[in-house]
Design a protein around this ligand. Structure first.
Ligand code: IPE
Ligand code: IPE
Ligand code: MG
Length: 241
């Protein structure tokens, strides 16, 4: 249900953090935290669609996460394949478009195959777009964009125009996030969408990702709705628009 008079963000992005600490608190191995986090993904997706959010993006695995112990990385990959396989039919049913963004070339072939088929199967969906950032880093994105920009159109020695350069970022065509939520109380960007978050509103709840439920998401949207975005202007200018 969309609430009247509330500003609903077009694009919400979430850094899903705290899985390991959640597991530790219960005396479990870290992977159980990741497993429990899948339910939070399901609930966040459902809530975003209900609220009329157009893009929900989730940071699932960073470029730096490749340096974690090999068994954790392997189990995370397995978990993602399972989740994608299991959830694709309900994504199709709920008119949700699925996309993955990141340095896909580093992912195992079976993961890439599952991603491609889920993207293909949900390609015609016109509702919420669910984007998973996998093997992604903000610096990687800017660097790969620079490489493409200069091999396609840019002249060496000439500074790119921002709007032209952005077309080469991996997020081209997706509006910049209006709201970024990072769970678990950590207040940092950890090399996520560095370019795209230039004017994003940040929100840092203490809740660990596996405990993140619709009520936490609602609180984040309420907080967002109460904020004034100024983009460098004065409050008076913004209010007179
Ligand atoms: C986030 O949870 C998931 C990934 C980074 C893959 P963490 O695994 O970082 O959990 P903490 O931060 O150790 O609690
Ligand atoms: C950021 O979390 C990446 C994801 C949630 C996928 P990390 O747990 O890897 O970040 P740091 O290391 O605490 O900054
Ligand atoms: Mg973490």
């Amino acid at each position: 249900m969309i609430r009247r008079g509330e500003k609903v963000p077009v694009h919400v992005t979430i850094i899903m953090d705290g899985n390991g600490r959640w597991a530790k608190k219960q005396g479990l191995k870290r992977i159980f935290g990741h497993k429990a986090g899948v339910e939070s993904v399901r609930e966040a997706t459902e809530f975003a669609a209900e609220q009329g959010v157009k893009f929900l993006s989730l940071f699932a695995f960073s470029e730096e996460n490749w340096t974690r112990p090999q068994d954790e990385v392997n189990m995370l990959m397995e978990l993602m394949v399972d989740a994608i396989l299991k959830e694709t039919p309900s994504l199709v049913k709920n008119n949700i478009k699925f996309r993955v963004i990141g340095d896909i070339s580093k992912l195992p072939q079976n993961v890439r195959d599952k991603i491609s088929s889920a993207e293909r199967e949900t390609f015609g969906s016109t509702g919420l777009t669910l984007i998973i950032f996998l093997s992604y880093s903000g610096k990687w994105d800017i660097l790969q964009a620079a490489a493409k920009y200069y091999s396609n159109k840019g002249k060496i020695g000439e500074m790119p125009v921002s709007e032209e350069f952005e077309k080469f970022l991996s997020t081209a065509g997706i509006p910049d996030p209006d709201l970024l939520i990072r769970t678990s109380g950590e207040q940092r960007i950890s090399n996520y969408m560095l370019w795209q978050t230039a004017y994003t509103e940040f929100y840092f709840p203490e809740v660990l990702w596996p405990d993140f439920r619709k009520n936490h998401f609602r609180q984040a949207l309420d907080e967002y709705s109460a904020r004034e975005r100024r983009y460098g202007k004065t409050g008076e200018q913004v209010n007179n628009l």
